[in-house]
Design a binder for this molecule. Structure first.
Ligand SMILES: Nc1ncnc2c1ncn2[C@@H]1O[C@H](COP(=O)(O)OP(=O)(O)O)[C@@H](O)[C@H]1O
Ligand SMILES: [Mg+2]
Length: 210
C-alpha cells in the first residue's frame, strides 16, 4: 500500500529526513514517533504528496508520488489521502458541515451531504453542524477535522500530532477515533507524534531521530 525507499528530504543544505525503507500494508495502523524536529511532519507531507523528496522513491496506493506533480497530484491527493494537520485548518467562515462538504468539492467528487451528516452524528457533532469552527471546543474541532479527512473515504489517513493539548482521556479518545475511522474506510493509518502516551495504542511503530 505504501513504500518508501532511500528517501531523503533536504530544506536547502539541511537534511530534515533520511529514511532507507518504510513499508505499510493496507489497513495497518502505524505510529511515527520521535522528538520534535526529527522529521515527522516532513514524512507525513511526503506521504500526502505535499512535498517532493530530494532523493528516493515514494509509492502510495500504486502511484509513484516522486514522479507526479501539479494537477494530477492534487487530484490524486484529494481522492486518496485524508490529512488531519497539526493546526487543524478548518475554514473559519464556513460551518462545520460546509467544512466537511469542501472535501469532495475540492476533489471533484459528487457532493455527499448525507455522509457529512452521518459522520457528524457518529462523532458526536450533530448539534454543531451549523456552528462555525471557533464555536467548538478544541476536542470538537479535532473531531471535525477527522470527519473532514475521512469524507472522501481515503486509502491513507494521516494525522499530525493529534494528541497535543489533550488530557489523557481525550488523548485516548482521539487515537481511538482515528483508528475506528481508518478501519471504517479500510484505510492505512499513519499518526505522527512525539507523545509517548500514543505508543501503547500502536503495535507498529516507526521511530525517527534515534
Ligand atoms: N519549510 C522548512 N524549511 C526549512 N526547514 C524546515 C522546514 N520544515 C521543517 N524544517 C526543518 O526540518 C526538520 C524536521 O522538521 P519536521 O518535519 O517539522 O519535524 P517534526 O514534525 O518531527 O517536529 C527540523 O529541523 C525543521 O526545522
Ligand atoms: Mg511536526
Amino acid at each position: 500500500m505504501l513504500s518508501l525507499r532511500g528517501v531523503r528530504k533536504r530544506y536547502g543544505e539541511r537534511e530534515a529526513l533520511a529514511l532507507e525503507r518504510f513499508e505499510a500494508a493496507a489497513g495497518e495502523h502505524w505510529l511515527v514517533l520521535g522528538p520534535s524536529g526529527c522529521g515527522k511532519t516532513t514524512l507525513l507531507h511526503l506521504l500526502a504528496g505535499l512535498l517532493s523528496p530530494s532523493e528516493g522513491e515514494i509509492e502510495v496506493a500504486g502511484e509513484r508520488l516522486d514522479r507526479m506533480n501539479g494537477a494530477r497530484l492534487d487530484r490524486w491527493r484529494g481522492r486518496t489521502v485524508g490529512l488531519v494537520p497539526q493546526k487543524l485548518h478548518l475554514v473559519p467562515s464556513l460551518t462545520v458541515e460546509q467544512n466537511l462538504l469542501l472535501a469532495p468539492y475540492l476533489a471533484g467528487l459528487a457532493p455527499e451531504p448525507a455522509r457529512a451528516r452521518a459522520l457528524l452524528a457518529d462523532l458526536g457533532l450533530a448539534a454543531k453542524a451549523r456552528a462555525r469552527p471557533a464555536e467548538l471546543s478544541h476536542g470538537e474541532q479535532q473531531r471535525a477535522a477527522v470527519a473532514r479527512a475521512v469524507m472522501n473515504r481515503p486509502k491513507l489517513l494521516l494525522a499530525d500530532e493529534p494528541t497535543s493539548n489533550l488530557d489523557d482521556a481525550a488523548c485516548e479518545a482521539a487515537l481511538a477515533l482515528l483508528q475506528s475511522q481508518a478501519n471504517a474506510c479500510g484505510a492505512t493509518l499513519v499518526v505522527a507524534s512525539h507523545d509517548r502516551r500514543a505508543a501503547a495504542r500502536f503495535d507498529r511503530q516507526l521511530r525517527l531521530g534515534e
